[in-house]
Design a protein. Structure first.
Length: 339
C-alpha cells in the first residue's frame, strides 16, 4: 500500500468503512450460534481435530485479560485498572466443535521503568509470540499511540496477526474510524480486522469463527474440560493481588506482589497463607489500613472469589512485609516467580 493513498470523499470513506465493518461484524454471513451446552457435545475424530496457539498481545490496560476470561468461559486471568495487573504468561484452553484453542495472555509490554521486573515481563511477551499460530493484537478502537506502536514492532511479519479493536461499543461515530483503519493497514499487513467488545458474547462467538481458520489440523493437546495450565496455588496469589490493586487504587505502586507461603488441601477445604510484599514502610500502612480494615477487606474479597472459583471452603491468612528494592533485584524477581 502506498504511503500516501489517494484522498477520498467522506461519503466514499464511509461506504468503504461500512463494507469493511459489515465483513468484520459478520453481517454478510452470520456465524452459527454457539450455545454453551453445545460447545463440545459430540466426540471429534482424531483426523478432524484442529489445535493451535493464539497469543493475546497489546499495551497495558487494553482489555487482554478480560478477553481471555471471556474466551475461556471462566476467570483464569485477573483484571484491574492498574497497569501491570497481568505479570505472567497465562494460558487458557477452550474446545469448540473440532477446534481446540490454546489462548496465551501476556503482560502489557512495558516501555517505562526499566527495572528487573519489567525486563522479566517483556521477556515473557517476546517468548509468547515466538511460537504461535495466530496473534491477536489488541488495541482500543480508534486509538493508537507510541505504546501500541512499540508492541506492534515486536510482532513477526511471517505470522498472521488479527487487529482486534476492543471497546468498539464505546465508539459513537463509526465513520470517524475510516482514516484510523487506513493508517493501521499501512502500519502492518493485518490478516483480519475485528471490531468488538470483549464483554459481548456474540462478539466472542464471532471471534472463535475467525480464529478457527488459522488453527492447524492436529490432535488436541488438552482434555476438552481443561481450562488453564495454572495451579490453584498460582490462582490464590493472583486473586489476592487483584483485590490488592483494586482496593488500593493508585495509592500503591505497581511493584507490590504476593507470595504464597502455605497451600494445603484438606478435602473440601483449602488453607492458604500469603504475604503481600511492598517496597516501603509507608506502603505497608496503605495495605493494612486503619485498624487493619483494608487488609481485612482484601482478604475477604479474595477468599470469596476463590470459593466461587473452586467451589469449596477457603481459609485465607494474609501478612504484609517490606522488601526494599525487590523490583530492581534480578535474583529476588526470579525468587518471586517471575521468569
Amino acid at each position: 500500500m502506498p504511503k500516501n493513498p489517494p484522498s477520498v470523499s467522506p461519503a466514499s470513506a464511509n461506504t468503504d468503512l461500512d463494507a469493511m465493518l459489515a465483513r468484520a461484524l459478520g453481517k454478510t454471513e452470520a456465524p452459527a450460534p454457539l450455545p454453551e451446552e453445545a460447545v463440545q457435545a459430540e466426540p471429534v475424530a482424531l483426523d478432524d481435530q484442529h489445535c493451535g496457539y493464539v497469543a493475546i498481545v497489546g499495551k497495558p490496560n487494553v482489555g487482554k485479560s478480560t478477553l481471555l476470561n471471556a474466551l475461556v468461559g471462566q476467570k483464569v486471568s485477573i483484571t484491574s485498572r492498574k497497569a501491570q495487573t497481568t505479570r505472567h504468561r497465562i494460558t487458557g484452553y477452550r474446545t469448540v466443535g473440532a477446534h481446540q484453542f490454546v489462548f496465551v495472555d501476556t503482560p502489557g509490554f512495558q516501555t517505562r521503568h526499566g527495572n528487573a521486573l519489567n525486563r522479566a515481563l517483556n521477556k515473557t511477551v517476546l517468548g509468547a509470540v515466538a511460537d504461535v499460530d495466530l496473534i491477536l493484537f489488541v488495541v482500543e478502537a480508534g486509538r493508537f499511540n507510541l505504546a501500541d506502536a512499540k508492541v506492534l514492532d515486536l510482532l513477526p511479519r511471517e505470522l498472521p496477526v488479527v487487529l482486534l479493536a476492543n471497546k468498539f461499543d464505546l465508539v459513537h461515530r463509526r465513520g470517524e474510524l475510516a482514516p484510523w483503519l487506513r493508517s493501521m493497514q499501512e502500519r502492518h499487513p493485518f490478516a483480519e480486522f475485528v471490531p468488538m467488545s470483549a464483554k459481548n458474547p456474540k462478539d466472542i462467538q464471532r471471534l472463535f469463527d475467525i480464529c478457527g481458520k488459522y488453527l492447524p489440523r492436529q490432535a488436541w493437546m488438552h482434555d476438552p474440560d481443561e481450562l488453564t495450565d495454572r495451579s490453584e496455588r498460582f490462582m490464590a496469589a493472583e486473586m489476592v493481588r487483584e483485590k490488592l490493586f483494586r482496593l488500593t487504587g493508585d495509592e500503591l505502586p505497581y511493584t507490590s506482589t504476593v507470595v504464597i507461603d502455605k497451600f494445603e488441601e484438606e478435602g473440601a477445604l483449602r488453607r492458604v497463607a500469603a504475604t503481600i510484599v511492598v517496597e516501603r514502610e509507608g506502603h505497608k500502612g496503605m495495605v493494612i489500613g486503619d485498624k487493619g480494615e483494608k487488609l481485612k477487606r482484601i482478604g475477604t474479597e479474595a477468599r470469596q472469589e476463590l470459593e466461587r472459583l473452586w467451589g469449596c471452603k477457603v481459609f485465607l491468612e494474609l501478612w504484609v512485609k517490606v522488601r526494599s528494592g525487590w523490583a530492581d533485584d534480578d535474583a529476588r524477581v526470579r525468587s518471586f516467580g517471575y521468569e
